[in-house]
Write a protein that binds this ligand. Sequence first.
Ligand SMILES: CC(C)(COP(=O)(O)OP(=O)(O)OC[C@H]1O[C@@H](n2cnc3c(N)ncnc32)[C@H](O)[C@@H]1OP(=O)(O)O)[C@@H](O)C(=O)NCCC(=O)NCCS
Length: 207
Amino acid sequence: MTVLRLEDLKQYSDTLRTRHGEALNVRFVEPRDTEELQHYVRSLTTRSRYNRFFGAISELPKGLLGEFLDVGARERFTVVVTKLVDGFETIVAEARYAFHAETATLEFGLSVDDRWQGHGIATALVKNLECRAAALGAEHLAGDTLRSNQTMISLARKSGFAFVNHPDDWKLVRFDKGISVSPTDIPCASSHLAALSRQVAGASVVL
Ligand SMILES: CC(C)(COP(=O)(O)OP(=O)(O)OC[C@H]1O[C@@H](n2cnc3c(N)ncnc32)[C@H](O)[C@@H]1OP(=O)(O)O)[C@@H](O)C(=O)NCCC(=O)NCCS
C-alpha cells in the first residue's frame, strides 16, 4: 500500500469538472473547514442527509465531526469539493472513504449540495475516488446505499458498479466495481505521488 504524506495534505488536491466544464477543487478536509463543513451538512435537505448518513441527523454529531476531520486515521479519509462563491471557498460536495487492505477495497460515501446536484459533480468525484483508490493499491471501489435511493443507484449504475444485497441490512444495497484502469488513465495527484514514491523506493533498493 502507498503511504500518504499526511503532513502535507494540500499536495493531494485535484481539479474536477462539472458537466458544463466548470472547474472545482477537490482536496482533503482541513481543521480550518470545521465550521464550513458543519454548515454544509446543515444546509443539505433532510432527505439528502438521511440518504447520506442513513439516519435523521441535523448536523454531524461531535464524535463523527472529529472523525471526518481526522484525515488518515484508521485508513479513513475525507475530501471536500469546493468552489469560490462571492470570494469564499464554499463546500459543494464531500466524500469519505476507507481503505480496507485485507480486501484491497476502497469503500466510500458521498454527498453533493442539493443546489449543485445534477451537474455531474458526483460522477466526476467518483472518477477521482477511483484514481485515489488505485493509487492506494485498491482493486475494488465499493459503497452502500439505501435501497430507496434511486439517484445513487442510478449514478452507481452509470459509473459501472454492480449491485449485491447487503449481508447485514436488507434496507441497504452494496455497489462494487473492479478498478480496471491504471491511475494514469484518470490522473489525480495521488497517482503521480504514488508513482514518485515507488521510483524513490526502487532507487533506494538499487543503491
Ligand atoms: C446521489 C448524489 C451524490 C448524486 O450527485 P449528483 O452530483 O447530482 O450526480 P450527477 O449529477 O453526477 O448525476 C449522475 C447520475 O445520477 C442520476 N441522478 C442525478 N440526479 C438525479 C435525480 N434527481 N433523479 C434521478 N437520478 C438522478 C442520473 O443517473 C445521473 O446521470 P445523468 O445526469 O446522466 O442522467 C446526490 O444526489 C446526493 O448528494 N444525494 C444525497 C446524498 C446521497 O444520497 N449520497 C449517497 C449515499 S452513498
